[in-house]
Design a binder for this molecule. Structure first.
Ligand code: FHN
Length: 457
């Protein structure tokens, strides 16, 4: 029996299956996403992405500037200068909490191959820097202390590792090249590289107990669909309720991040640098930068408070989570202007978080001025701008609107109930300059409410 079949026999006995995710893909059709873990992830809505490494010393993009803006030899020796003496796990976690974020995903190893923990399997890691130790233990302990979930970004492609066959930069580099590994020596090295990854991932999971593994770098020819499904099953065998994104396999559709079909492994989809398409059936999470670069860059252009809050609302209203990225500086601090921006988002969530956390997207499909979420017996209408008039919405079958008011305001808004739809009379001035939220109190629970396909908006 393969190493995972035994696991499957155990798994079939006692795990609750998720409804709408593939989990193990076609090689492991019964290895379904853990539904409790997925529910907690989807309830959390908002996380902090952190891209960090010795490259912060140069302020260029992590991995992609290696051999381009920064000569390879210079880049690969940055670790010898890397001494983030101002790194403080409590500062990072508190900054995330103050933003209203419920989880953190850290780049443990990006395509440049450098490891942010003291790994038994390489010396190209934090233990070899003047700082002399990993940062993940402190971060993991602080996350547990503050009730924040922790996830690990882990790249499949590693342009520094001697056994990984694809290099970047290269004039012939292609993102999506179909190529078989025919050379026996390359095959042997790739097999050895897969063992390296398995060993490191096991090391990370057993030592620091992450809730998610956030794969990336799966697009290159050396990584196959079969390898992806095996790696997914391998990880679920180590920690049954761990969540693994769809970049473990080859099923995502580019930056849209959606999964082509259930034949591919992964528990949630990963749109990148864009708000994912409306999908309230399958779990998804948009990863978007608070600035332009993933890694820290001096004076990088920061998104405004309104852009950040509207991005969060549009992501959640579409049925997804938002993973908002910060790039800490080489000394270990998150720069003050990013801390301030994050706190501004947190202040909005202090007022309107009930319309975000533990909700699900819809039932009304997003348009240019409105997205919606729902929870318990409430529908929340998030106004991205004034609708220039009133709001006319179809009444979901079997439901009645009992009243409508802005969140945190007692005064009811005027409602006109008509046949099959209703009109909300919107005052000229909206209460919030970023996003105003109207709550509709319904006659019953909205938990099984279907999306409303209708253009009466
Ligand atoms: O190449 C990476 C990039 O540096 C960054 O990590 C993003 C975040 O998801 N993913 C890849 C680009 O798609």
């Amino acid at each position: 029996m393969t190493k995972h079949v035994i696991f499957l026999v155990i798994l079939l006995s006692n795990v609750v299956y998720a409804q709408n995710s593939s989990g193990g893909g076609e090689a492991y059709p019964y290895l379904k996403t853990n539904v409790e873990a997925l529910k907690k992830f989807q309830d959390s809505k908002f996380g902090m992405f952190i891209h960090w490494g010795p490259v912060a010393l140069r302020g260029t993009e992590i991995s992609w500037s290696r051999g381009v803006q920064v000569p390879i030899d210079d880049y690969d020796n940055l670790y010898k200068e890397f001494n983030p003496v101002l790194f403080n796990a409590s500062d990072w976690v508190t900054t995330a909490k103050n933003a209203g974020m419920k989880y953190i995903v850290l780049t443990t190893r990006h395509h440049d191959g450098f490891c942010l923990w003291d790994s038994k399997y390489t010396n190209y890691d934090m233990a070899s820097t003047p700082y002399g130790k990993g940062i993940i233990k402190d971060l993991s302990e602080e996350c547990k202390k503050q009730g924040i979930d922790l996830g690990f970004y882990y790249t499949i492609c590693d342009w520094h590792h001697e056994d990984y066959p694809v290099v970047y930069p290269d004039e012939n580099y292609k993102f999506h090249e179909e190529k078989e590994i025919t050379n026996p020596e390359v095959k042997q090295k790739m097999d050895r590289y897969i063992v390296y990854m398995e060993n490191q991932l096991k090391e990370l999971i057993e030592a620091y107990d992450p809730s998610f593994i956030w794969f990336d770098g799966e697009w290159e020819w050396a990584w196959t669909h079969e390898m992806g499904m095996e790696l997914y099953a391998y990880l679920r065998n180590i920690k049954e309720d761990i969540l693994i994104n769809n970049r473990v396999d080859k099923g995502r559709e580019g930056m849209a991040g959606t999964t082509k079909s259930y034949k591919y492994a992964g528990d949630y989809a990963t749109p990148e640098r864009e708000i994912g398409k409306y999908d309230v059936t399958n779990a998804w999470e948009s990863c978007i930068t608070i600035a332009n670069q993933w890694a820290w860059k001096a004076n990088d252009k920061l998104k405004t408070r309104k852009q950040c809050i509207q991005t969060l609302v549009q992501t959640v209203g579409g049925g997804g989570n938002l993973l908002l990225n910060v790039g800490p500086m080489a000394d270990g601090r998150i720069e003050e202007r990013q801390v301030v921006r994050l706190k501004e988002i947190g202040s909005w969530l202090d007022l309107y978080g009930e319309a975000i956390y533990n909700t699900r997207g819809g039932p009304y499909l997003p348009n240019d001025y409105l997205v919606s979420t729902h929870k318990d017996n409430k529908i929340y209408l998030h106004l991205l701008k004034h609708p220039d008039g009133n709001i006319n919405l179809p009444l979901p079958k079997g439901f009645e609107v009992k009243n409508a008011h802005f969140v945190n305001q007692a005064d009811f808004l005027n409602l006109k109930i008509k046949k099959g739809y209703f009109e909300v009379i919107v005052p000229e001035k909206l209460p919030d300059s970023d996003v105003s939220v109207i709550v509709l109190e319904m006659n019953k629970s909205t938990i099984n409410m279907k999306s409303v396909e209708n253009d009466v908006y």
